[in-house]
Design a protein around this ligand. Structure first.
Ligand code: SAM
Length: 244
């Protein structure tokens, strides 16, 4: 189980071991048990024009890369920058260092465990990729089971990501009406994936947050405890999950 460990195993590696660690299976790529993983056709591979120049390390796929400008990762073997390509962050799980904490009134949360710079890729929101219909069914089941935390977010018009039972540490990022991170969709080897990116410089030790209003599938109505001025009052009050 090189890529999968329970959170108990992860927590036990931390210096201060919190009590009652949450139960879920830790994964670092989306789970496609529900449908087949799409196979990228060769003619669909987006190839950029970047070429790595030893004298100019910034020449490897960066801000000016065509693929970066369209939120598409380069495909290994098709990028002339080879091992120097900087545009394979999801594929290489190039996450920022983060740490799990128990917050006072919002359950678990995730802290920056290093200084994070504006625009940096923080972590991928991984979970089970399921249909919108299945997301609706599971959301009701979880609610009936008395689960107060909700971990389902939108992937696209037809599909959602459910990190309730299987997910990455991104499942612990709480909502804020004045967040320091945001979600962004990237196309990686033909599949759309969701990343959490820093909206601003985030000092080490700061709790990470994003606005659930845009991506959250919702669950039971939860009063927002983010404490921001202009707080919308409830979690995901404007999300599509509450409007359907
Ligand atoms: C994706 S989980 C976040 C991690 C969660 N705190 C945990 O302990 O696993 C979303 C849930 O966290 C809680 N939550 C997140 N942000 C919150 C906020 N601003 N105010 C109150 N509860 C919040 C809610 O119960 C929500 O359903």
């Amino acid at each position: 189980r090189s890529c999968c460990s329970t959170v108990q195993e992860l927590v036990s590696q931390m210096e201060e071991e919190p009590t009652e660690a949450p139960l879920y299976i830790h994964i670092e790529t989306n789970d496609f048990s529900y449908r087949r993983h799409k196979r990228q056709k060769e003619e669909d591979i987006a190839v950029c024009e970047c070429q790595y120049d030893l004298m100019d390390p910034d020449s490897a796929c960066g801000e000016r890369c065509w693929n970066v400008s369209t939120n598409t990762e380069c495909t290994p073997g098709y990028c002339r920058c080879g091992v120097y390509c900087k545009n394979q962050r999801f594929q290489k799980s190039q996450y920022a260092r983060t740490r799990l904490v128990k917050t006072e009134r919002r359950g678990w949360g995730l802290l920056a465990d290093e200084n994070i710079t504006a625009g940096q890729f923080v972590i991928e929101y991984c979970g089970e990729v399921i249909s919108w219909k299945e997301a609706k069914r599971r959301s009701q089941t979880y609610e009936d089971q008395g689960l107060t935390e909700s971990y389902i977010i939108y992937l696209n018009a037809d599909e959602s990501i459910d990190a309730t039972k299987k997910g990455s540490l991104a499942r612990f990022i709480n909502h804020s009406c004045q967040p320091n991170c945001e979600t962004r969709k990237w196309t990686v080897l033909g599949e759309v994936r969701v990343g959490i990116f820093a909206k601003q410089d985030i000092p080490i030790g700061t709790e990470l947050s994003y606005d659930y209003n845009f991506e959250w599938f919702g669950g039971v109505m939860v009063r927002c405890l983010c404490g921001a001025t202009g707080c919308s009052g409830f979690l995901g009050a404007k999300s599509r999950g509450f409007q359907v």
